[in-house]
Each structure stands twice: as structure tokens, then as C-alpha cells.
Design a protein around this ligand. Structure first.
Ligand code: ATP
Ligand code: MG
Ligand code: MG
Length: 380
């Protein structure tokens, strides 16, 4: 019996455990809160990620370790590698945890990025705002997620407010200033690399964010094959450079036919949730296969799919369940403003059918604004 250890016990760990059950896998989750939602399906070690005693207990009970949470301290991940195989490897995790290291690597690999500058002081911020120009975004280098730890600078006069909001973080997690990309589309490549280097990507996904948080994903994205191939090529180059093992997502902006890399998420990704029903093999199952050294599953799509995120509180399920391609995912979390509590995936055989299902669900749930951009993208 193989036990997979997962650092972080949120919905990603929960869906990983569900995907691993048919493979006969057992799971052990470590989280710093006792009510983490993966704990409903897997035994848990509750402890801080820097607590050696908790990490030692975790390591002693698992055969391999992976992450549902990308901000596990890289030193803790490194510490674990002396006791148990850890995938993705801590070096890949460390790079993806730091927006500056990540963007520097993108540039080294000739993957286009928005202009960026490392910021440690107020003077550097003013100089960088002048150089990069407005609008731009000040972000913490580390620990940000769901758009947290970011401040949008619309005019140079906003620099003071940005420094007030994030300046205190400069000495702690570091800051980075990025040019704001006036993109037409946001895309992501969700891909997997096996221990032996085999690489597979799912069809490109198109994403819509509201206030920095993912709202909807559509696969396949409405881009031509050449652009999809370029995006997947970037993902492959990155995975090889990092000797990456497991599933990851590369987030991209598409502006006037050009792709610019935003960030690499070193884990299964929200924009890949549609793969559970929309692909031959889900991202969760393929992540497990990769970290366990099993053959990877096919990543081809079954029809077309749209995922809708439920943020804050779960809506009524009936309208989605009434759809022939409707699938419901309730993460079993307490409602809380801004929190990802669940998602739905609508799957259909054609774009027209998918658009019609989205319109029905949007109307029934009063979420027209959430489905509308996807419906528009699906128009021939
Ligand atoms: P997550 O890890 O949850 O995807 P995050 O907190 O790491 O989010 P980003 O991905 O950097 O944050 O930003 C969240 C969203 O904010 C992006 O998907 C995009 O919509 C917008 N955004 C971020 N950076 C830029 C930029 N340089 N130009 C334009 N929009 C941006
Ligand atoms: Mg991120
Ligand atoms: Mg992001």
C-alpha cells in the first residue's frame, strides 16, 4: 500500500485524494489548520510547515511527498528530501515561489515577460515606475495568491499609496514591480512531466479573473494552433530547465497576438479543474502518476468544457446538476468572503451546446456576469 503525503490540505489535496483512490493509494495530509478540507478524506498531521517534529511524523508515514500549497518553506521541503522522495523537487518549488527568480528564469529561457524590476526601497520604486511607466503593478515577490499582496499603480502619484500598502513587505518577502499588460486574453498551460522526463500538456485553457481571482476557465482556449503550440513549447522548456516532476501551470497573457508569461504555479492548478470531467486523464490523476513514476495518462479532451469557480459561498446545485454535462464540486468548506469554496464544470460536445448550457446556468443562478465572457468567447 502506497501512501502519498501532501503538504497543504486544501481543495487541491482533497481532489488529489479523490483522484488517487482508484489507484489504490492512501494519503496523509499535513496542514497548519485542523479543519483543512482535505482532512475530510485523508488522515492529517496538523502542524506548522516549519515544525520539525510535525514534518518528521509526516515523513515517517508516507512513501512520497508532494504539495497542494506552493508556499511551503523551501527549507522544509529540502529537509524532507533527506527522508522521503519529494516531487516537484525543492529547487523547482523555490524558483516558482519567488516572482523575481521566476521571471528571471523566463527571460533566460527566451520566454517573453512584461518589464519588471526588483524593489527594495521607496527610491527604487519611484525610479522603476518612471522607467516601466504606468499603469504597473507592485507585487510581493513571495507568498501572494489569488491577487493578494498586489497594488495597481495607475499614475505615478499612486506610488505613495502602493508603498504604504506594501512597503513594509520589502524587507520581508521582497517586492517586484511589473508593467501592466493590456491583454485581450489570459491563458494557461496545464502540463505534466514524469520522473523520466516524458512531457504532456492539456489543451490550452482560457481564463477570466475578477479582482485577481479566477472566475471561469474554458478549454480549449479560443486561440489558433500555432499560438497553442508556442505556449506549450514555453511550458516544456520551463519544465525541462527546472527538471520538474508533476503537474504545473504556466499563466500567460495574450496581447495583440503575443504571449507574455505571468507566473508558474508548481502544483495542480485551478485552471485545470475542468480536466476532471473534460479530459481522458485529470490533472490530479496525472500528478499522482508523475510523482509515483507511473505511466502518464492521455491528456486529450473529451468535447469542450467550462469551469466556474464558486467564491465566498456555494450556490444552489440544481441548475448545474440538471445539465447533461453538468458536474458539481463542493469542497466542504465554511463560507467566507473571497474564499474558493467549490466549482462546477459544464462539458458539452460542441461550443454551441456549451454556450447554451452556460446561459441557462448563468440565468438560473443569477450569475450572468460570470458566464457572459465565456459565452462571448464561444461565439463562432
Ligand atoms: P494566483 O496564484 O491565484 O493565480 P497571484 O496572486 O499569484 O494569483 P497573479 O497571477 O500575479 O497573482 O495575478 C492575478 C491576476 O491579476 C492575473 O491573473 C491578472 O488577471 C492580473 N494581473 C497580474 N499581473 C498583471 C500584469 N502585469 N498585467 C495585467 N494584469 C495582471
Ligand atoms: Mg500565483
Ligand atoms: Mg496567477
Amino acid at each position: 500500500m502506497t501512501t502519498v503525503g501532501i503538504l497543504g490540505g486544501g481543495q487541491l489535496a482533497r481532489m488529489m485524494a479523490l483522484a488517487g483512490a482508484p489507484l489504490g493509494l492512501r494519503f496523509l495530509v499535513m496542514d497548519n489548520v485542523a479543519d483543512a478540507c482535505a482532512g475530510q478524506f485523508a488522515p492529517m498531521v496538523v502542524g506548522d510547515y516549519t515544525d520539525e517534529a510535525a514534518l518528521a511524523e509526516f515523513a515517517s508515514r508516507v512513501d512520497v511527498a508532494t504539495f497542494d500549497f506552493e508556499n511551503v518553506p523551501a527549507e522544509s521541503a529540502q529537509w524532507l528530501t533527506n527522508r522521503v522522495p519529494v516531487f516537484p523537487k525543492p529547487r523547482a518549488l523555490a524558483t516558482a515561489q519567488d516572482r523575481l527568480a521566476e521571471k528571471t528564469l523566463f527571460r533566460e529561457l527566451d520566454i517573453p515577460v512584461p518589464p519588471f524590476a526588483s524593489i527594495d526601497t521607496r527610491e527604487q520604486l519611484d525610479a522603476a515606475v518612471a522607467q516601466i511607466g504606468t499603469p504597473c503593478i507592485l507585487k510581493t515577490r513571495r507568498l501572494g495568491y489569488d491577487g493578494k499582496g498586489q497594488f495597481r499603480i495607475k499614475t505615478p502619484a499612486d506610488a505613495s499609496a502602493a508603498w504604504e500598502a506594501l512597503g513594509a513587505q520589502a524587507g520581508k518577502v521582497g517586492l517586484i514591480l511589473e508593467g501592466f499588460v493590456a491583454f485581450q486574453r489570459e491563458l494557461s498551460v496545464v502540463a505534466v512531466r514524469a520522473r523520466d522526463g516524458e512531457f504532456r500538456a492539456w489543451p490550452l485553457t482560457e481564463n477570466w479573473h475578477v479582482d485577481g481571482v479566477l472566475s471561469a476557465s474554458l478549454a480549449p482556449a479560443t486561440v489558433d494552433d500555432a499560438m497553442a503550440a508556442t505556449a506549450i513549447g514555453y511550458a516544456r522548456k520551463l519544465a525541462e530547465a527546472l527538471d520538474y516532476v508533476g503537474v504545473f501551470a504556466l499563466e500567460l497573457f495574450c496581447r495583440d497576438g503575443e504571449l507574455l508569461a505571468n507566473e508558474l504555479a508548481p502544483r495542480v492548478h485551478n485552471s485545470g479543474h475542468w480536466t476532471i470531467e473534460g479530459s481522458e486523464t485529470s490533472q490530479f490523476q496525472n500528478h499522482l502518476r508523475a510523482v509515483l513514476g507511473l505511466p502518464l495518462g492521455d491528456t486529450r479532451m473529451v468535447g469542450t468544457a467550462c469551469m466556474l469557480n464558486w467564491i465566498g459561498a456555494m450556490p444552489e446545485a440544481t441548475a448545474v446538476l440538471a445539465e447533461s454535462g453538468g458536474h458539481w464540486h463542493d469542497y466542504g468548506k465554511q463560507p467566507r468572503e473571497g474564499r474558493k469554496v467549490g466549482h462546477a464544470t459544464l462539458r458539452a460536445d460542441s461550443a454551441t451546446e456549451l454556450a447554451a448550457a452556460l446561459v441557462r446556468v448563468g440565468e438560473a443562478l443569477g450569475r450572468e456576469a460570470q458566464v457572459m465572457p465565456v459565452v462571448l468567447a464561444l461565439r463562432p
